[in-house]
Design a protein around this ligand. Structure first.
Ligand code: FEO
Length: 396
């Protein structure tokens, strides 16, 4: 097995999960990787490990570089099992290693693993470990996205080992972001579905990293491709943009439909959005991946949600999506609810309530009995113009 050296003495030793299609509910049609890194100096550190079931791949890659028994430090940047599932086998193979984690990480580890016999040392921001010529420097990043998170920085290599941050769920034989087309889009899907709720913290963390004066010319996350050269500023700028809530003149319409009435409304609204000068994307919730829709919402100004009434409420697909959206806490969106009903409504009112709880500024709503006529569809288009006006006013 060839070594994958990303800097002098720093090696990628991760695993490729070609067949992962669902990461706790987030669709991953392109698989993922669990990236781990060996830093080899007078002392040897393993930074992060891999999901349970991928230990043998990790071990083979480590053995191409060093005897696993020679590992002095195992750095646990984050306790979530996709990065620690193989820790028990790693510690069996590296019995002399000292494990390094934040205080929160050390609290969480015994909840997942039998830590008897593990030498766990805690670190906080600013703490360092010398490996010889190289230094491991730690920066806590709590709630990005668990309480335990930290990143590891190697100043001599200007290398940031960022764990989940700046990652993407994609399985590739390539290792660098600039070798994979549309990689920023993959990073956006990942940000939207995992990190969006923590956007204010991400803004502060980016500021903190700036204030600490960390010089970075490579970012090696624990999922997906490694950012180097101009890719570093590309991903840092994208994170600044996403975390600040910067948005495009785009509306996202999501809906479900029973006999086509709500769909007719969705399409009339879409045309109204186009006529008002915004771009629009339309998604039937039972035919589209929610994670893709969430990525589009990340950078859109407007979100419009439609459902027919069923059993006095909204369709379960719409309810499920709104629950997911609410947890992700998108910022600065404008929107409204729409839908058809038969003898009694309920869906539009329920959607409006959910949008408000999500923090969407709701400008109006529209309901149609049974089948929309020409006037109803004109009213849908008119409401589309109203929400575009509201989005433009909000910008000023
Ligand atoms: Fe990739 Fe939060 O685990």
């Amino acid at each position: 097995m060839n070594k994958v050296e990303i800097k002098d003495g720093v090696y990628w030793v991760g695993a490729i999960d070609w067949n992962l299609r669902d990461f706790h509910g987030y669709a991953t049609p392109g698989g993922t990787t669990y990236n781990a890194y060996i830093v080899k100096d007078s002392k040897v550190a393993l930074v992060d490990t891999v999901k349970a079931g991928f230990f043998d791949e990790l071990r083979s890659r480590v053995e191409a570089i060093t005897d696993p028994g020679d590992i002095d430090y195992v750095i646990v940047n984050h306790v979530e099992p996709d990065h620690t599932g193989s820790l028990p086998r790693v510690m069996d193979a590296a019995p002399n290693a000292t494990m390094i984690a934040t205080e929160k990480g050390a609290e969480e580890l015994p909840m997942y693993y039998d830590c008897d016999g593990w030498n766990i040392r805690t670190v906080k921001t600013g703490d360092t470990i010398s490996l010889g010529e190289k230094t491991l420097s730690f920066v806590e990043t709590p709630m990005l996205h668990w309480p335990d998170n930290m990143v590891t920085y190697i100043p001599e290599d200007r290398l940031l080992l960022s764990n989940d941050a700046f990652g993407q769920h994609i399985a590739e034989s390539k290792r660098y972001a600039d070798e994979v087309p549309e990689i920023l889009d993959e990073a956006a899907i990942y940000y939207a579905n995992i990190l969006m709720p923590f956007s204010p913290l991400i803004t502060k963390t980016l500021q903190k990293i700036g204030e600490m004066g960390l010089e970075i010319d490579m970012i090696a996350p624990s999922h997906g491709m490694i950012w180097r050269d101009s890719g570093v500023s590309d991903i840092l700028n994208a994170y600044r943009r996403w975390s600040s809530g910067e948005s495009n003149d785009t509306a996202i319409i999501v809906y479900d439909t029973m006999w086509g009435s709500t769909e007719k409304m969705a399409l009339a609204i879409a045309q109204g959005i186009i006529d008002a000068g915004f771009e629009v994307k339309v998604y039937h919730l039972r035919k589209s991946e929610w994670s893709t829709i969430i990525r589009e919402i990340l950078e859109a100004k407007i979100i419009l949600v439609g459902s027919p009434t069923i059993n006095n409420g909204m369709f379960p697909s719409v309810g499920g999506f709104l629950t997911y959206l609410r947890g992700l806490r998108p910022k600065g969106k404008v929107g409204f609810a729409f839908g058809s009903y038969g003898w009694a409504g309920g869906a539009v009112k329920a959607i409006t309530g959910e949008l408000e709880k999500t923090g969407v500024r709701v400008v109006d709503s529209i309901s149609v009995k049974f089948v929309p006529g020409v006037d109803d569809l004109a009213a849908c288009a008119k409401l589309a113009g109203k929400v575009v006006d509201a989005a433009e006013m909000q910008e000023r």
